[in-house]
Write a new protein. Sequence first.
Length: 225
Amino acid sequence: MPLPLIEAYGLGRSYQQAGEAVVALSSATLRIWPGQRIALVGRSGSGKSTLLHLLAGLDQPSSGSLTWPALGPVESLLPSMIALVFQAPSLLDSLSVAENVALPLLMAGRGSDSDARVAFALNTFGLLALADKLPETLSGGQMQRVAMARAIVGEPKLILADEPTGQLDQASGHVLLDALFKHLAGSDCALLIATHDPVVAARMLIHWQMEHGQLTSGERPGGPR
Ligand SMILES: Nc1ncnc2c1ncn2[C@@H]1O[C@H](COP(=O)(O)OP(=O)(O)O)[C@@H](O)[C@H]1O
Ligand SMILES: [Mg+2]
């Protein structure tokens, strides 16, 4: 029986805004298992990014419990075990596309064979021709593809992607997802995509709905997959 990658009970996160508590996430209970493909669907402001940042161990919950049984302690999660694709642009301006993609390998002390891994990740998303470009010369959609290449380069156990097609037209969004699914086919890497786009969500097997900080279908009966 495999261990879940993530297990959360009654997870909550509140922010202070102008002296008032804003409840961004309330009492979420969920598990993520190896190999799962999950769409986290909800309107803007429903709490999707808040949940992703907690699951990546980047932020601390205000309430509830959160553990990574198959992945280890929170300090070891990013960027080796979990890859987080941010909603906002996150490439480093002074580094080339190839250097940005290599970052997770360097941070994990796995720089020795990084050239081949980076070339593979760039090729997966049709980015080889852009390897030496600086981020400022790229379109928003190209930046999202680079961020995705950076997410797969270290072969993480879980990819958390926050609106990864938000800067792409529908056709380009499908091309990016096609490349990602092809890369992950047969792999045990789990994928959670936050999106407000039903067309993107329709490509994922499992749908979790967020409304006003409430996760309405986080737990699937029957355990793994
Ligand atoms: N750092 C923050 N400080 C204060 N409020 C925040 C912060 N981040 C998010 N919020 C609030 O939490 C709620 C959920 O936001 P978010 O998780 O970004 O939703 P989504 O990703 O679904 O658009 C919103 O009301 C947002 O304004
Ligand atoms: Mg968001």
